[in-house]
Ligand binder design. Structure first.
Ligand code: GLA
Ligand code: ZN
Length: 673
């Protein structure tokens, strides 16, 4: 399969390196950087991310001299290049001379120059300059033998509400709807006398303007995501024209709300993302984000482009990563599909708002520090692994469905409870599955489902008719579908399905929803099984009417006590479950455990709580990452009669695997016992 290829065949190993900002430092420091990079096995340097004004100090003047020197030094030191275009922060001269490059906030106010991602994605001026600098970089450096990948811009973000965007949005709508009548019908604008009688009346959903028309708010989010994506594509095409063989990416931000990364991933050669979990994060939540990124391109390995070697600075509490956690979380990424371990950043800046952000080289400038040592040891260990894990796939048979447009529509909805927590809800279901110790894929509304035995689609509020049809067909062919309260409510125009929820899933679920109750934060109902087991539930409770489905469990309290809380509908060769509420985690864990067992989906190894086992498979090898997420040593019993090789400890193990606190093993079953 084409996936079993390194991201760039020039460098068939796990990339170890990260952001390097030499322009913040005098040239005297650069030689020291090279020496230390070699020591740290920091093999891939991402340069140029925020170098725009240094490369182009004036509109008509370029200065590549310093970058030439830096690249020469990196090359002489045997480093590889992840070369960035600098377009995430435009120079002040550009904002000053061409104010149309500046974005406008939700009130339509042009912002002042400053910060980053501070440009209007639809500004022709911005686009012109961005493509120009990308082109110059490709012309100058595109033939370097150590160039591995293009890193376009940085963390695209922030919607714009300026007049340029407004005008372009109207054009986008004309193309989408054809006529104003069609738009008015789809947007349900007779409501509150909001019918548009001329295209020019349509404005972005300003914070002090039109936010009651949800077709509008949803379309504006689509439009802004697409507008920024166009910026990426313009630069990408300019680079590709000059260097057709160099892969191109940009760094994503996990569940960033404003960009539909599923659409973005299609345009990227490889997904890259920046992983900054809260220091006390549940490892399941970090795993979720990695799985999400792996899912963006249907299982293709991704790049871990940034993580901090020690501490973040922008979260409420920026605890240090404990000794061993950097290594643990790096392998967590690799276990879930990363083909790189990279950092932000190489050397900690002395000034500005990231001076307290961790780096490989701290303010002391020394290499005899804990962080430098951990990075170097990890670098050496990754180097020893060579290409062992590269391009490996995750053999998941269960999937959790996540969807940005669904999220946007849920966010916009007013009622039945405000606000709603879509991402948290999905994570809760994912976590319950993760605790079963089996690999999980994250899929999207347009993903291929054939390979899965079980698909969980929590709160699938916005449902495309195509997905509804594919789900129906997949269940009929034997799939097990689970969906929940607040699903099948609206179509892609944010219009409620005629007949109410679950819309086109009615037949496959064998039920319809009569009413939905909302519970106060502290309020609970119960889910009661016929054998007497009881679990708490809350947030939302659907009052369901069965049409073929059977009730597996019922609500325990209130006027709807005894009505179905969890249902099952056999459909064709498969079945569809409906969980009519937000259930406590314990129920999800027990229920999913039983369901997986029925499907014969079992963990590769039975590990104690807090130890995660993750398989990754190449064409020839079946690897098992074993990750101890606890601060205590742990022991994993190994199947008798079998011998394993631990590629990290470089030794064979039998019967039991002993892991240190935060320890990691990379096991492969030996050919002979
Ligand atoms: C992001 C950016 C980096 C840096 C880090 C800090 O990921 O891409 O430039 O600001 O955050 O955590
Ligand atoms: Zn704009």
């Amino acid at each position: 399969m084409s996936f079993y290829r390194p991201i760039n065949p020039r460098a068939p190993f796990i990339w170890h390196g990260g952001d390097y900002n030499p322009e913040q430092w005098p040239p005297a420091v650069w030689d020291e950087d090279m020496r230390l990079m070699q020591q740290a096995r920091f093999r891939v340097a991402t340069v140029g991310v925020f170098s725009w004004v240094t490369l182009q100090p004036e509109e008509e003047r370029y200065d590549f001299g310093w970058l030439d020197q830096v690249i020469e030094k990196l090359s002489a030191a045997g480093r590889w290049l992840c070369l960035a275009t600098p377009t995430a922060a435009q120079p002040a001269w550009m904002s000053q001379r061409y104010p149309d490059v500046l974005r406008a906030d939700e009130y339509g106010r042009r912002v002042h120059h400053g910060g980053r991602t501070n440009y209007c994605p639809n500004s022709p001026t911005y686009r012109h300059f961005a493509v120009q600098i990308a082109t110059r970089l490709a012309q100058r450096y595109g033939q370097l033998p150590n160039l591995l990948i293009w890193h376009v811009s940085n963390e695209y973000a922030t919607p714009c509400y300026c007049t340029t965007c407004a005008e372009k949005f109207r054009g986008w709508l004309r193309a989408r709807y054809g006529s104003l009548e069609e738009l008015n019908a789809r947007w349900w604008t007779r409501f509150w006398s909001h019918t548009y009688t001329d295209w020019s009346q349509i404005e972005p959903p300003y914070a002090n303007g039109e936010r009651s028309i949800h077709g509008l708010t949803l379309d504006y989010r689509r439009f802004q995501s697409d507008s920024l994506l166009e910026c990426f594509c313009l630069e990408r095409d300019a680079l590709r024209a000059i260097t057709p063989d160099v892969p191109i990416t940009t760094n994503l931000m996990g569940t960033y709300p404003h960009l539909n990364y599923r659409r973005w991933a299609r345009e990227m050669d490889v997904v890259a993302w920046d992983c900054y979990p809260w220091p006390n994060a549940d490892p399941a939540d970090i795993a979720f984000s990695h799985d999400l990124n792996r899912g963006l391109r249907d299982g293709q390995p991704f790049l871990l482009m940034e993580q901090t070697p020690s501490t973040q600075n922008w979260q409420p509490v920026n605890a240090l990563k404990r000794p061993g956690v950097l290594r643990l979380w790096s392998y967590l990424a690799v276990a879930h599909g990363a083909d790189s371990v990279m950092y932000f950043q190489w050397r900690r800046s002395r000034g500005s708002c990231e001076k307290f952000h961790g780096a490989v080289v701290e303010h002391s400038g020394r290499s005899d520090t804990r962080v430098f040592r951990e990075v170097s040891e990890l670098g050496a260990e990754l180097e020893r692994l060579g290409d062992l894990t590269l391009g490996a796939r995750t053999p998941a048979r269960v999937a959790v469905l996540f969807d940005w447009e669904n999220w946007w529509a849920i966010d916009a909805a007013v009622g039945p409870i405000n606000p709603k927590e879509y991402v948290g809800f999905v994570r809760k279901h994912y976590r319950a599955l993760w605790r079963q110790g089996v690999p999980i894929d994250i899929v999207f509304s347009d993903s291929e489902l054939q390979r899965y035995a079980v698909v969980i689609a929590p709160m699938l509020y916005l449902l495309t008719p195509e997905l509804a049809e594919r789900l129906r067909h997949w269940v009929a062919e034997g799939g097990t579908l689970i969906t929940t309260v607040f699903s099948g409510v609206v179509d892609p125009h944010d219009l409620v399905f005629a007949g109410g929820p679950p819309g086109p899933l009615r037949e496959v679920l064998g039920l319809w929803v009569e009413e939905t109750d909302a519970l106060y934060p502290e309020q609970r109902n119960q889910i009661v099984w016929p054998d007497g087991r009881r679990y708490a539930c809350g947030t939302l409770c659907d009052l369901v009417r069965l049409e073929g489905a059977e009730a597996l469990a019922t609500f325990g309290a209130d006027f709807y006590a005894g009505r179905p809380a969890l249902t099952r509908n056999p459909y064709g060769k498969g079945q569809a479950f409906y969980l009519a509420t937000d259930a406590e985690a314990r129920l999800l864990e027990e229920w999913y455990g039983a369901l997986l067992a029925e499907h014969g989906i079992a963990p590769a190894l039975r590990a104690p709580a807090g130890v995660e086992v993750v398989p990754r498979e190449t064409g020839t090898r079946r690897l098992l990452f074993v990750l101890n997420h606890t601060a205590q040593p742990q022991t994993v019993p190994l199947p008798a009669e079998q011998s394993f090789h631990d590629h990290l400890a470089q030794r064979d193990v039998r019967e039991r695997l002993d892991l240190a606190a935060y320890g990691v093993a990379l096991l492969e079953r030996s050919a002979r016992a």
